[in-house]
Write a protein that binds this ligand. Structure first.
Ligand code: SIN
Length: 288
């Protein structure tokens, strides 16, 4: 039976209707899903009340999974293939290390030399309202640049840092951030990357980019800000309003995203993410 798709927005995304990702799926059906993933950048699967094993199993169809060695504190204690994004306090009552994960525009694992192909995020608990995630189509954003700007960025490399912007007025996540910085030296990635499967160029930039290789922070900042502002214009963006048991799969090679803090933080928001490894890209930069 042909896949039933419903577009999520003008810019990107499609919902895959009438599907249970835990059901054994033949090569042909998964092939259709993967084609839709490449065509739309984001796929939404609603009502997926699946186990962690089933989430992992389905994710493996997209490729080899990251065991999140770069983010050791954020892993699920029993399942290294699952990265936690939760505001649930730890068992000793202290704040969660991952409550502010993803609050900047970014592409997953861009600060490593194996940046992610794609991610599959499952929602376990969502606040009554808000807790949305924004996604930007970086292929459209690249295509819409002037020819002059395309030329200017064609050979630039942005230096990506790990870590989350500090958002709380307490010490939440400070040790974790220091650990992440220790494990992950700064990595330079092309600002315009060719998608290895579609052959299309996409902007590869975001708020984890500190400067361009060979340039100072002061010199780089105006152009970084211009490109991020350009890529996040409403016509390139989809805003996902989560329901419990959504699985959202996105292509990190041509989509960047940002989790919003638009909700009552006393309410639980608990998500778990698998991360599919991508092809090697970029190089380590001494000194940042
Ligand atoms: C992430 O950046 O992977 C998390 C996104 C979210 O929690 O909405």
């Amino acid at each position: 039976m042909a896949l039933r798709l419903r577009k999520l927005s003008y810019a990107l995304g499609a919902e895959v209707c009438d599907i249970d990702v835990a059901w054994p799926m033949g090569e042909r059906q998964f092939g259709e899903i993967y084609k839709a993933f490449l065509d739309h950048g984001i796929l939404l699967f609603r009502n997926q009340d699946v186990t962690r094993e089933q989430h992992i199993e389905f994710s493996r169809r997209f490729g080899e999974l990251d065991r999140h060695e770069a983010l050791p504190r954020d892993r699920h204690p029993q399942y290294p293939e699952l990265l936690m994004v939760t505001n649930e306090p730890k068992s000793d009552g202290s704040p969660s290390d991952t409550q502010y994960t993803g609050r900047q525009w970014h592409s997953d694992m861009s600060f490593t030399t194996a940046p992610s192909l794609g991610s599959l995020l499952k929602s376990y608990a969502v606040p009554e309202v808000g807790g949305d995630t924004l996604f930007a189509n970086m292929t459209l954003a690249h295509d819409a640049l002037s020819e002059g700007m395309k030329k200017l960025i064609a050979n630039l490399h942005g230096i990506h840092l790990s870590g989350t912007r500090k958002l709380a007025n307490d010490n939440t996540g400070i040790e974790r951030m220091a650990e992440q910085k220790r494990i992950n030296p700064p990595v330079a990635q092309p600002v315009a990357r060719v998608h290895p499967e579609t052959g299309r160029k996409a902007l590869y930039i975001g708020e984890k980019v500190k400067r361009f290789d060979g340039m100072t922070e002061d010199e780089s900042r105006p152009l970084i800000d211009t490109l991020v502002r350009h890529a996040t214009r409403p016509e390139f963006v989809y805003r996902h309003q989560w329901k419990k048991n959504d699985i959202l799969a996105w292509d990190n090679r041509c989509v960047m995203h940002q989790a919003l803090g638009d909700f009552d933080e006393t309410q639980l928001r608990h998500m778990e993410r698998t991360t599919v490894l991508g092809a090697p890209s970029g190089y380590v930069v001494g000194g940042g």
